[in-house]
Design a protein around this ligand. Structure first.
Ligand code: G6Q
Length: 554
């Protein structure tokens, strides 16, 4: 590792932000709102169907000016161009990062830095997906006994699972007459319970794996194939029920999938950025190719917003900078994602990977150890459920937890008062988080309720809410495939901006390798009940415990 230190903390804007933090960190947002009548207008952005209110943050105009200055000093605009132009910004893997090409206008060339136009291959695969979806939906692609396909099982993990899974759930309202299941975990419970729900004659399996070497996915795929053959189908029937999505065509054919049943994508698509490629096949089958196309179009529109809008009014840039502000200056460890939209139930889990695998890095792009914190811990669940669970800690705990509150103006289901109630809670929570309730306000309230002075003294500290908790409020008109595409692209770009500021490679994931290697060794060691004397003391003790307690291998 090189000895030089990263330059981020030496940048003028960083140093100014340090001083500025000292000046404003004691301020209460109540006071900021009181003295700035235009705060809501100044700190909000409307774009297409989206509205972002970021006024409930511990910021002033100076904060935002300095953060934008930081973005410039870190060459964020230049980094964006390098990504969009297909330079090999994933330097540790020597790869381009081109998920934006997958959702670009298919009628226009997308020529990258190497001089290649990637659009013809993108178009070919999209066309293949379209035709395949149509044949499944119109019943011309049937199962081997002639029955229509009524269930899809996507077998994949990580980037080959989380994105499509989240999107299929998010677009449930638009779903075709087909059930979609996702099997990811190597835990046999996952595949076993899924197979109980489907019928071999009417089920299509998609083996989604970029490398087609992922242990969990291949194990699940083999189990699914064995189950299918056990049901009475012969090997020839496999072609009607097993397709693959991969960049490793030969490994997929070795598994037994016919080449015409393989949907391809490329090295320049990172796993966690791959749902826009054929990895989105389960999405297109679930909601139809046209909806999938709208989903891509929404993401493309956000790409254009990101690329073409000045930093000051650029939604992903603003969100990224606010994240840096809390992460590096307030030392907030986590970032909550709280969708008040049941369809976005899996968004926090998806963003956990998108953000933490991208920005969970400890060295710069050049291998210097960072002397500042990088990616935050991402977590969250839907509102209003969270209110009845962990919100206590948000309101009265000791930590600063910036949170994104996300909801739709219009519901997709017009049932009674639900949506109004949801929105009322959504707005109430961010208000409560920002303003809190101080000692004198609590006293007045308790007095009104008839408590004695002595009783008030006792309960008072428990009833005080400090407030001043930062939130972003993000609202879209309604959850359409287009808006969902834009929402996800927005977060992808936010993560990108932060990676650029922290000068890390957001597109590799070397940290997942060590555990994989050790698992291979331990897997072999678990083959029999003979004690081993390898590994460290604790792991050795545990392996031998499993060997003693597991059923004897004969
Ligand atoms: C994502 C990661 C990782 C990957 C899975 C599955 O960016 O690389 O989550 O998607 O490990 O890999 P395969 O698609 O190759 O099976």
């Amino acid at each position: 590792m090189t000895q030089s230190s990263p330059r981020l903390t030496t940048l003028p804007a960083w140093q100014k932000l340090r001083l500025h933090y000292e000046q404003i960190s004691g301020l209460h947002m109540r006071d900021l709102f009181a003295r700035e009548p235009d705060r809501f207008t100044n700190f909000s952005i409307g774009w297409e169907d989206f509205f972002l209110d970021y006024s409930k943050n511990q910021i002033t105009s100076e904060t935002m000016e300095l953060l934008v200055e930081l973005a410039r000093e870190c060459s964020v605009p230049d980094a964006m161009e390098r990504m969009f132009n297909g330079e090999k910004i994933n330097n540790t893997e020597d790869r381009e990062v081109l998920h934006t090409a997958l959702r670009s206008d298919i009628n226009k060339p997308y020529v990258i830095a190497s001089g290649d136009d990637v659009m013809p291959e993108v178009r070919t695969e999209l066309e293949k997906m379209k035709v395949f979806c149509e044949t499944v939906h119109n019943g011309s692609h049937t199962g081997y006994t002639g029955k229509v396909i009524s269930a899809v099982v996507n077998i994949g993990i990580g980037g080959s699972d989380l994105g499509p899974h989240m999107v299929v759930k998010a677009l449930e309202h638009y779903k075709k007459d087909i059930e979609t299941h996702f099997v990811s975990n190597v835990d046999d419970a996952d595949i076993a319970e899924t197979l109980k729900k489907v019928d071999p004659e009417t089920t299509l399996f998609i083996i989604s794996s970029k490398t087609f070497t992922t242990w969990e996915t291949l194990t699940n795929a083999h189990s699914a194939r064995a189950w299918f053959l056990r049901s009475g189908a012969d090997e020839d029937a496999l072609a009607k029920h097993f397709v693959a999505v991969s960049s490793n065509i030969s490994a997929a054919t070795d598994f037994g999938i016919k080449e015409e049943n393989i949907f391809e994508f490329w090295d320049w698509v990172g796993g966690r950025y791959s749902m826009w490629s054929a990895i989105g096949l389960s999405i297109a089958l679930a909601v139809g190719y046209d909806r999938f196309s709208e989903f891509l179009a929404g993401a493309h529109s956000m790409d254009r917003h990101f690329r073409e809008t000045p930093l000051e009014k650029n939604i992903p840039v603003i969100l990224g900078l606010l994240g840096v502000w809390y992460n590096n200056f307030f030392e907030a460890d986590t970032q909550a994602i709280i969708p008040y939209d049941q369809y976005l139930k899996y968004l926090p889990a998806y963003l956990q990977q998108a953000d933490m695998e991208s920005n969970g890095k400890r060295v710069t792009r050049h291998g210097e150890e960072v002397n500042y914190t990088t990616g935050p811990i991402i977590w969250g669940t839907t509102g209003t459920n969270g209110q009845h669970a962990y919100f206590q800690l948000l309101h009265q705990g000791t930590r600063l937890i910036p949170a994104d509150f996300i909801t739709a103006v219009e519901s997709l289901n017009d049932i009674g008062e639900h949506h109004r109630l949801l929105v009322a809670n959504f707005l109430a929570q961010t208000e409560a988080l920002v303003r809190g309730m101080n000692v004198s306000e609590v006293k007045v309230e308790l007095k009104k309720s008839g408590l004695s002075d002595e009783e008030i003294e006792k309960i008072l500290p428990h009833k005080v809410f400090p407030g001043n908790h930062p939130t972003n409020t993000l609202v879209y008109q309604k959850l359409t495939p287009y808006n969902l595409g834009a929402l996800i692209a927005m977060y992808e770009h936010k993560i990108f901006v932060q990676g650029v500021i922290w000068d890390i490679n957001s597109f590799d994931q070397w940290g997942v390798e060590l555990g994989k290697r050790l698992a291979k060794i331990i897997y072999d060691e678990l083959e029999d009940n003979e004690p081993i004397d390898t590994h460290g003391q604790s792991t050795r003790g545990l392996i031998n415990y499993f060997k003693r307690k597991s059923p004897q291998v004969s």
